[in-house]
Design a protein around this ligand. Structure first.
Ligand code: SAM
Length: 326
């Protein structure tokens, strides 16, 4: 296992397989004028497979596929099967908006997917349309039902936003009554693809917790899993749990075990850094596995201590989360 310069193990890769998305969530992307990467600038599946193999040898054992929306990239399922067979990869998970996912759920079961994170900010069709600028809630609900019926471990991700979905907090929380899901409430971050709009964080993790405690006075703190970004709670008697993720307040950097590869092959050792290594350039210049290993190790030895240090080194973040994967 490899440890970084702050003695944190690096065991978890978040791999964005595309920057394209079939939703236009206002907090992630502008409605129009998005410049998607040409295909030649995306990592190929073969390149990604090779990078995962190299990273697995360095101790990465968990991979989460993300995007953009991963299922808009052709050939994703074949790629997942190949990743699943990679030596050293013990857990393969995926984050999806669920628009195209329902028909693929049986194959995800056969594949042995570890868990699916489904992004769902609201259970109201009109609010969904306003937030995502697309009328796709029925498809997302279909995916949720299919995941639950097939007993795939599910985490639901909801970004908490003033004036947009506060009334959904109890509606989403109630899903944990009868289902063993984790509903995770996430602070909004400034990765919206618009330099001009830096969000005011009205809903901090503390305020989200206060709201949940008001709604559910008996809310019980749970033991978080190691390296978890979520502080976890349970409503007494409910099957599932609630998580609160201080994504902008950044309270969990001290146990961060994750690295990211963007769809164009940039390594990020912190969500808030500006990309620390152009892995695609290395690959396409003919790097050997030993060259790649050396470059990764160097990057891991220079990780920022936390997301504030990373952001300070680069200036305010403005890019769309669809280029990073969350
Ligand atoms: N398309 C997939 C999905 O929707 O889950 C995967 C990619 S998406 C960028 C991953 C996660 O990032 C989603 O849960 C989304 O809500 C979250 N996200 C995007 N922009 C964000 C922002 N500005 N603040 C907080 N979360 C954000």
């Amino acid at each position: 296992m490899i440890f970084d310069n702050h003695n944190r193990p690096i065991t978890y890769l978040r791999l964005a397989v595309t920057d394209r998305c079939n939703l236009r969530c206002f907090y992630c992307m502008p409605e129009e004028g998005i410049k998607y990467l040409p295909k030649s600038q995306l990592l190929t599946y073969e390149e990604m497979e090779r990078l995962v193999r190299v990273l697995a040898r360095l101790g990465v054992s968990k991979v989460r596929i993300t995007g953009g929306e991963p299922f808009v990239r052709n050939g994703l399922m074949d790629f997942l099967w190949r990743l699943k067979a990679t030596e050293g990869i013990e857990e393969l998970n995926i984050t999806t908006n669920g628009v195209l996912t329902e028909p693929l759920v049986p194959e995800l079961v056969r594949l042995g997917i570890g868990s699916v994170n489904l992004s769902i900010d609201t259970l109201d069709r009109e609010r969904f349309r306003q937030i995502t600028r697309r009328d796709e809630l029925p498809a997302v609900r279909g995916t949720l039902n299919a995941l639950l019926e097939n007993r795939i471990p599910v985490k639901l991700n909801a970004v908490v936003m003033e004036g947009k979905n506060i009334e959904d907090l109890p509606l989403l929380a109630e899903l944990t009554r009868d289902h063993p899901v984790e509903v995770r409430f996430i602070e909004e971050m400034p990765f919206n693809g618009e330099g001009s709009h830096y969000p005011v964080l009205n809903w901090t993790h503390r305020r989200i917790l206060q709201e949940l405690q008001t709604l559910y006075p008996g809310l019980e703190r749970q033991q978080d899993s190691p390296f978890s970004t979520a502080a976890t709670y349970r409503i007494p008697g409910y099957q599932g749990t609630l998580g609160i993720i201080a994504a902008f307040t950044r309270t969990f950097c001290g146990t961060c075990n994750r690295i990211r590869l963007t769809a164009q092959g940039t390594l990020k050792t912190c969500l808030y850094d500006n990309g620390v290594l152009d892995v695609r350039a290395l690959l396409r210049a003919g790097a050997t596995d030993a060259d790649l290993t050396a470059a990764f190790l160097k990057a891991f030895a220079h990780r920022p201590k936390n997301g504030f240090e990373a952001e300070h080194e680069r200036g305010p973040v403005t890019e769309s989360m669809s280029t990073i994967g969350g």
